[in-house]
Ligand binder design. Structure first.
Ligand SMILES: [Zn+2]
Length: 498
């Protein structure tokens, strides 16, 4: 369904985003104008276990902003998303299982990519692994040392946070909020963080150790993002995203590293390493508002929670139709509502797809006018810090009007065609009209597509309610879509391709 041609480009309002560097939403600008791509870096998963639904909320937020930039603003996006494949937990699992780092992490990288496909996420340009960037990491630490920002102590190399002007004041305000001031005469609290961890006898495993001028060891977590980002996107980027829990220390540390490797003159300048930081809220479970996280042990995985194609689409819909900065309540009720919304959309789309083409030269009616106004409202909503709940309400305004037109006989074929095109345009951003990859294979094996099955179910319902006129109309739609429906005993049906 995504093959539908986009509508002609209009001029959407400037895109305002809640940039965590600033107190209120501000216009998004890129370092280079179009046709240069927007450079975007996002923090990816640690691949020692399946990502959980809270993680996927972040990946879906990346996806909505990326699609908005591409489809509404016509910008190409160079997106890099790292995979953390070395840390304490991974090393412990390697030791416990006797597997090498690659043997342990490869299956989780594959699963992560499968899950992203299942959620219809537009792939990043690259998914680099931290351990493929060891030389770049070592080089970056060497430059930090040259600038007086990295030093060696017992177990490795550390970042000297007290030597970095403005440390901890970009995305959070450590000085006023998070730490009491140090009493006079005492050293400031130690915020220094590890850049390179020297080998620990009996703890580390050979597949997670590298020889380097810094000593035999492995990188700390924060430094991988700075090194990968610089290697693949350059010294400065347009957009950086992650969950709000990454603001501190991870993203503050990234800023300290990425700005710390600049020359002295450059460092005193006011240009940030990244001009726009966007952070999404947590996923809460049930009504109690408990945050989902691996450490709390309530990390629900996509495959367990959303086994079927409609479940995956429903989770996507639930996330993309909620505002990315608000906490998201993941409850059975919310998922049921999302499934119901999708069934309604599928049914309408199937009906619209089955309509004959409109006659030439018809004047634009009220439905066409509503579609044009809705397109503008949809773009205006996204431009207001990605107000997707409002954008979804605009979409359902079109759904309601098209359903009404169909109920009343469907005479305005030009308007209904426009409604179909408009819904296709909205879906360029929402991305909910799709069949997850596993389902496509089944379909190739002779299964009817979901929208045809939905029509057949609606026909069975109509027959049960003795609405034979409606049942006949739906049979016509099913046949127009290239399928025959036959009744079977017990009120069920079979579909076969015509
Ligand atoms: Zn990161």
């Amino acid at each position: 369904m995504s093959s539908l041609a986009s509508l002609p480009a209009s001029s959407p309002p400037p895109l305002l985003l809640h940039n965590s560097l600033r107190p209120s939403p501000s216009p998004f600008t890129s370092l280079l104008p179009p046709p240069h791509p927007v450079s975007m870096y996002t923090c990816g998963p640690t691949i020692y276990a399946p990502a959980h639904l809270g993680n996927f909320r972040a990946f879906l937020t990346y996806d909505v902003l990326k699609r908005t930039l591409a489809k509404v603003y016509g910008r190409r996006v160079d997106h890099v998303c790292n995979l953390t494949d070395v840390d304490d937990k991974i090393i412990r699992r390697c030791r416990e299982t006797g597997r090498s780092l690659r043997e342990l992490t490869d299956p989780f990288e594959e699963q992560f990519r499968r899950d992203l496909d299942g959620l219809n996420v537009v792939p990043a340009k690259e998914y680099p692994r931290a351990t493929d960037y060891i030389p770049e990491i070592v080089e970056l630490i060497g430059e930090l040392e040259g600038n007086g920002l990295a030093y060696e102590r017992g177990d490795g190399w550390y970042y000297n946070t007290t030597a970095k002007e403005g440390y901890g004041t970009n995305l959070v305000d450590l000085s006023s909020r998070e730490l009491p001031p140090s009493p006079p005469g005492t050293p400031p609290p130690d915020r220094d963080f590890a850049l390179w961890k020297r080998e620990k006898e009996g703890v580390d495993v050979p597949s997670a150790l590298w020889d380097s001028p810094l000593g035999r060891g492995r990188p700390g977590w924060h430094v991988e993002c700075s090194a990968i980002c610089r290697s693949l996107l350059g010294d400065r980027i347009d957009l950086h995203m992650g969950g709000e829990d990454l603001k501190f220390p991870h993203h503050e540390n990234e800023i300290a590293q990425s700005e710390g490797v600049r020359g002295r003159e450059d460092r005193s300048g006011s240009e940030p390493f990244c001009g726009c930081w966007v952070h999404n809220g947590f996923v809460n479970i049930g009504g109690a508002g408990e945050k989902m996280s691996k450490s709390l042990g309530n990390d629900l995985t996509l495959s367990a929670e959303c086994p079927g194609p409609l479940d995956k689409r429903a989770f996507r819909y639930l996330v993309v139709s909620s505002h990315y900065r608000s906490p998201l309540s993941y409850t059975p009720l919310a998922m049921d509502a999302a499934r119901a919304a999708l069934r309604r959309l599928d049914k309408l789309l199937a009906a619209l797809d089955a309509l004959p083409p409109p006659p030439d030269g018809g004047a634009a009616g009220p439905l066409s006018e509503l579609c044009a106004a809705s397109r503008a409202s949809f773009e205006a909503a996204l431009a207001q810090d990605l107000a997707t709940p409002r954008a979804a309400a605009v979409m359902f305004g079109v759904v309601k009007a098209a359903e009404k037109e169909l109920r009343e006989g469907g005479g305005d074929l030009a308007g209904l065609r426009e409604a179909r095109r408009t819904l296709g345009y909205f879906d360029e951003v929402f991305g909910v009209f799709y069949l997850p990859p596993g389902e496509v294979e089944e379909q190739a094996g002779g299964e009817a597509p979901a929208h045809v099955a939905a029509l057949a179910e609606a026909r069975a319902e109509a027959k049960k309610g003795k609405d034979f006129g409606e049942a006949d109309r739906l049979r016509g739609e099913i046949e127009a879509a290239g399928w025959a429906v036959a009744d079977t005993p017990g009120g069920s049906f079979e579909l076969s391709e015509l």
